[in-house]
Structures are given as structure tokens and as C-alpha cells.
Write a protein that binds this ligand. Structure first.
Ligand code: M6R
Length: 360
């Protein structure tokens, strides 16, 4: 039931602080310990490589997860598109461990990979899903649930945030199991609580984002999201969200890569949304934005408090830098939502799309 909300998508965006808190109370004890099946931790902690498999938004959550896993566990992690990996000829190490990310747990592309994992490669696997008794949950060796509550809108929002929260908890649990300093010293409960509060601030200020959508995106044919590192990962998700519901031709781009060709597409007024939440790369992304400004682009910046400068457009409350995707993505979900609403399209049921994709 969407209650007083005009669309499920807005309701699901608004629920995200509660989703994070629900995940915390399910997986973290009073003492701050993270709980997963011991056997699961034992198996992943001895993996020589972790593969994260997903499609669409779940793949994008995997890209963020890779960086969190590598930081917390020290285990090399690869993220793969299910539809590609299902027919690739990868060199799989003996101790590989597979993590499937899927909101629905029914995505045929991901299932095709799981069939190979079970039959051909005979490797251990975990499904992280929103649907406890789904096909992927049943067919993997382990399963954990996202606790996001039913996601009805075709455009995935709260599942992405829940997936990254779960990846963080799992990465910390594995890192601690292996006595890694990066995980032992990471106050995951405190940091996720900060994230929940920060998301709340973003959703409380949605009317400002609505105005930015109206003056910059509603009347455009195309748009770019750019960023580096984790900001690039979010740029890909932000662009998918915008294109799938508002039909703006949006592209997520590594900001440093623009000048190697794609900058040719920048014209007078082309919206370029810059994500700037990472200290290491903030200045570089700013200079890439200067490059597009000088070609006439209409630049909109999404930055964290710490890195903000005069004239920035959307300022996000501070959270640990590795968790900024959980907050910045919410601003981009709202931009997609309001752009679509203003164009008069059905936000929850975009053309040509189904909620779960059960064909390859
Ligand atoms: O249920 P899944 O997470 O496996 O679904 C994967 C994609 O089909 C899904 O994320 C899709 O890209 C969404 N429409 C994105 O909003």
C-alpha cells in the first residue's frame, strides 16, 4: 500500500533511513558485533578471490561492494555482469567464492551464473536478496536477506542502499574474522547510524532537489553524471535511474575519461552532474568540470560538506568516505523521480520494463 504517496518510488526512497536501521538491528548486536552464519564467515574468509555477480542496479551495488570488501577483507574482489559472465570463459581459482546480489532473487541472468557455479565450477556461494525463498536464495549455499521490505517500483532504490549496507556488514565481519585492523577498527554500527541520519536529511530536503530537477533536467534530452572511484560507481547508478524512468538519455562517466572522447558530446546547456565526495579525487573531478563548463555545459554539483565550495548545488551531510554512495545516491534517486514526475510519466511503471527480469 502506498498510503498517501503518489508513487511507490517516493515511498521507497523515504523508507531508506528505516531500512538501514532495520538492517543494523537484525545483523548487529548490542555490543557492536556483526552476526552471520559462522560457516559462511569461515568459507568466505579463506577465499582467494570473491566474485560479485549482479545485473542493473544490483551490479552497481556490487561495484561499491568491491571497494568495501577489498578495504575490509584484503581479498581481491571482482564484480561481474551476470549476462556476460554466464557465457564467458573465466579462469576461476580453486578458492573462489561467489556472492549473488539480487533484489528479486529471480533474475535469469544471475541464475544462469549460479547454475555454472554449482554444476561446472562447484564453488561456494551466497545470495544477498530481498526475497527469502527466491530461486537464487534456494540454489546458493548460503542466503541472507536485505530486510528492505517489498520493493514495488520498477526503479530500484532501497534495495541498492540495503545491498551496500549488507555488503559493508559482511565485509566487516569477514575482516574481523581474519583479524584485519581495517575491519576491527571500523565502528560499523556508528557509521551506519550516521548514514541513516544523513539519508534522512537528504529526503527531508527533497523540495530543493525537486527545483534542481525542474530547472536542469526536465527539459533536456541528455545528461551526464560524472565522478571518480566510488563517485563513478554512483554515477553509473544515477544515470540508470534517470534514463529508465524519465527517458533522458543519461550516461554515467569516469570524469577523467571524458576528455578521451566523450567530451565531444558536450554542447551549450548539456547538464553534467558532478559527484564529489572523495578527498583523493575531488580536485581532479573539479578540473574535469571546468573542462566541460568551458564547452558550455550546465554543471550541477553534488558534494559532501567537507569538500563543498561556494556555488555547489547539493550538499550532503558528512559520513565515512567509503559509505558516501549510500547518501549521494539518494539525491540522484530524487532527481530521477522529480524529473519523471514533471514530465508526466508513470514513475513506477516505465515503458518496456518489468520489475524482475526472468528471461535471459
Ligand atoms: O532483482 P534484481 O536485483 O536481480 O534485478 C536486477 C535488475 O533487473 C534491476 O536492478 C533493474 O536494473 C532495475 N530496474 C534498476 O532500477
Amino acid at each position: 500500500d502506498k498510503g498517501t504517496y503518489p508513487y511507490y518510488m517516493l515511498k521507497e526512497i523515504d523508507e531508506q533511513p528505516a531500512v538501514i536501521r532495520r538492517i543494523e538491528s537484525k545483523y548487529i548486536s548490542q555490543e557492536g558485533n556483526v552476526h552471520f552464519d559462522e560457516k559462511l564467515l569461515e568459507q568466505v574468509s579463506k577465499a582467494s578471490r570473491i566474485y560479485i555477480v549482479g545485473a542493473g542496479t544490483s551490479y552497481h551495488a556490487g561495484l561499491v561492494g568491491k571497494k568495501i570488501f577489498e578495504k575490509m577483507t584484503g581479498i581481491p574482489t571482482e564484480v561481474v555482469l551476470a549476462s556476460e559472465f554466464a557465457y564467458d570463459d573465466p579462469l576461476i581459482e580453486k578458492d573462489a567464492f561467489f556472492i549473488f546480489l539480487s533484489q528479486s532473487g529471480e533474475t535469469a541472468d544471475s541464475r544462469q551464473v549460479l547454475v555454472r557455479v554449482n554444476e561446472e565450477w562447484q564453488k561456494n556461494s551466497l545470495t544477498i536478496t530481498n526475497v527469502a525463498n527466491s530461486t537464487l536464495a534456494r540454489e546458493a549455499q548460503f542466503a541472507v536477506t536485505l530486510e528492505a521490505g517489498p520493493e514495488i517500483a520498477v526503479a530500484s532504490t532501497k534495495a541498492y542502499v540495503a545491498q551496500i549496507a549488507l555488503e559493508t556488514l559482511l565485509a566487516v565481519a569477514i575482516g574481523r574474522y581474519n583479524q584485519r585492523d581495517s575491519a576491527l577498527h571500523f565502528d560499523v554500527a556508528g557509521q551506519l547510524s550516521r548514514v541513516a541520519n544523513a539519508i534522512q536529511t537528504v529526503v527531508d530536503e527533497k523540495s530543493q532537489i525537486e527545483k534542481i530537477a525542474e530547472s536542469n533536467l526536465t527539459n533536456t534530452r541528455n545528461a551526464f553524471y560524472i565522478g571518480r572511484g566510488l563517485d563513478y560507481d554512483v554515477a553509473l547508478e544515477a544515470a540508470l535511474k534517470l534514463k529508465e524512468i524519465s527517458y533522458v538519455q543519461a550516461e554515467g562517466f569516469a570524469s577523467g575519461e571524458l576528455k578521451h572522447g566523450t567530451i565531444a558530446l558536450i554542447e551549450n546547456g548539456t547538464p553534467v552532474l558532478g559527484l564529489i565526495t572523495q578527498t583523493k579525487t575531488a580536485d581532479h573531478t573539479r578540473s574535469n568540470l571546468e573542462e566541460v563548463i568551458s564547452r558550455g555545459a550546465n554543471v550541477i554539483t553534488i558534494t559532501s560538506e567537507k569538500l563543498q565550495r561556494d556555488g555547489d548545488n547539493i550538499i550532503l551531510p558528512e559520513v565515512d568516505e567509503i559509505l558516501t554512495p549510500l547518501v549521494s545516491v539518494v539525491a540522484t534517486q530524487l532527481l530521477a523521480y522529480y524529473t519523471t514526475l514533471q514530465k508526466g510519466y508513470n514513475v513506477d511503471q516505465p515503458r518496456n520494463l518489468a520489475k524482475s527480469v526472468t528471461v535471459e
